[in-house]
Design a protein around this ligand. Structure first.
Ligand SMILES: Cc1ncc(COP(=O)(O)O)c(C=O)c1O
Length: 402
């Protein structure tokens, strides 16, 4: 492939913010004293311990403000994956003890692997039955189909608020109402890792019982997340020990990361409205240019019900991984689907499969996810490179769009 038309950018153009996002400088500044001076264990009664304890409480308040919960409804974990494990296995343990006739779980076909793999464990090792709600062509769930699939035996439902690959937002509040009308005791959980900071979230408006969030998707540090659990819901722990996090998640709190997560939430609470306008504009610029200038391109997911940072396209006759590697050579960093499962390189995306895409469309897909640090100039460079690379790949392959 010729390099004549393309030159490597000086700094990487990072368009993979849904995989992980750069830590905001104010977040780093907030965390630093807890790396250097304030090292006390939040459970200790002395001054340094109390300092850490206060910092953890402050972060709980900052996070609860972003999602409209009470601060004592926030339980810290090591990230979205652990929160999803805790929500599902903790609920399944509760159901086994108290409602053994409700051992059915309902999830969508496009949940993150941290839900799907946990559900397989619950099915195999805990004797639950699993129902999978199908997905429409645009990535949304049909409420009538959902209604039919909820039964009085459904003890737990887990449907993500926004999808990580195609960005589709689900009508969670409607689903909660449908589910609770059938069985008011059904526990409703939502994985909001990709929705946090991308749409306004109020757990009371959504009427959900539990919600998963993660710090590193919103310019906070990695390895920290939280599970919102509505007061009155008493799921069982999956990690045992010293009884931290109100006896639900033992282990000394990761104070440094918790402080960073809290600050990141505070920033997004302040910035959400203005960032939304900026990134939405960049998203539109990118989608419009790709549709108009690259023949054989199809946008995956819904245009209307989409988080504002997600751009996912299939390019006919192109291998997405080859394209990704070439883009990376020129300093443009994107993704094919979920980075969290990128160790399973050859596995076709279960999300794109659930949309009913052809093999060619699945293998030719690529996801760009925009962050608040990105500029239109960066997107211009990325789109120009994308156009040229696709043209060259198609020329080599003898594709009709070349
Ligand atoms: C929708 C969704 N849920 C859960 C996770 C896992 O979060 P974490 O990386 O914090 O474990 C991810 C990560 O990409 C995600 O996109």
């Amino acid at each position: 492939m010729s390099k004549n038309s393309l030159t490597k950018t000086k700094e990487p153009i990072y368009l993979d913010n849904a995989s992980s996002s750069p830590i905001d400088i104010s977040v780093i500044n907030e965390m630093l004293p807890f790396l250097t001076d304030f090292y006390g264990n939040p459970s200790s009664l002395h001054g340094l311990g109390r300092k850490s304890n206060l910092a953890v409480s402050k972060a709980r308040r900052q996070i609860s403000k972003l999602i409209g919960s009470r601060s004592n409804e926030i339980y810290f974990t090591s990230g979205g994956t652990e929160s999803n494990n805790l929500a599902l296995i903790g609920s399944a343990r509760l159901i086994c003890n108290l409602k053994p006739t409700c051992k059915r779980i309902l999830i969508s076909k496009i949940e993150h692997d941290s839900i799907i793999e946990t559900i397989k464990f619950i099915e195999k090792d805990m004797g639950f039955e699993i129902d999978y709600v199908p997905i429409e062509k645009d990535g949304s769930i049909d409420l009538d189909i959902f209604r039919e699939m909820v039964s009085t035996k459904t003890g737990l439902i887990s449907i993500m608020l926004a999808n990580n690959e195609i960005g589709t937002i689900q009508p969670i509040r409607d689903m909660v109402e449908i589910a609770k009308a059938k069985n008011n005791e059904t526990i409703f959980h939502s994985d909001a890792v990709q929705a946090l900071g991308k749409i306004p979230i109020n757990v009371n408006d959504l009427k959900i019982d539990m919600m998963t969030i993660s710090s590193h998707k919103i310019n906070g540090p990695k390895g920290i997340g939280a599970l919102f659990i509505k007061q009155g819901i008493h799921i069982k722990p999956i990690i045992f020990g010293g009884g931290q996090e109100m006896n639900l998640r033992s282990g000394t709190e990761n104070v440094i990361a918790i402080v960073g997560f809290g600050k990141a939430c505070e920033i997004w609470k302040e910035k959400l409205a203005s960032v939304q306008i900026k990134i939405k504009g960049l998203q539109k610029y990118m989608i419009d240019r790709i549709i108009n200038e690259i023949p054989g391109s199809v946008l995956n997911g819904s245009m209307e019900n989409r988080i504002f940072n997600n751009v996912n396209f299939s390019f006919s006759g192109i291998n997405g991984e080859d394209l990704l590697i070439k883009l990376d050579e020129y300093g443009i960093e994107a993704s094919t689907g979920s980075a969290c499962s990128s160790n399973k390189k050859q596995k076709a995306s279960h999300v794109l499969k659930a949309l009913g895409l052809t093999y060619d469309q699945i293998s030719g897909s690529i996801r760009f996810s925009i962050g608040y640090q990105n500029t239109q100039e960066e997107l211009k460079i990325a789109i120009d490179a994308l156009k040229n690379l696709i043209k060259e790949f198609r020329k080599i392959n003898g594709n009709s769009f070349a």
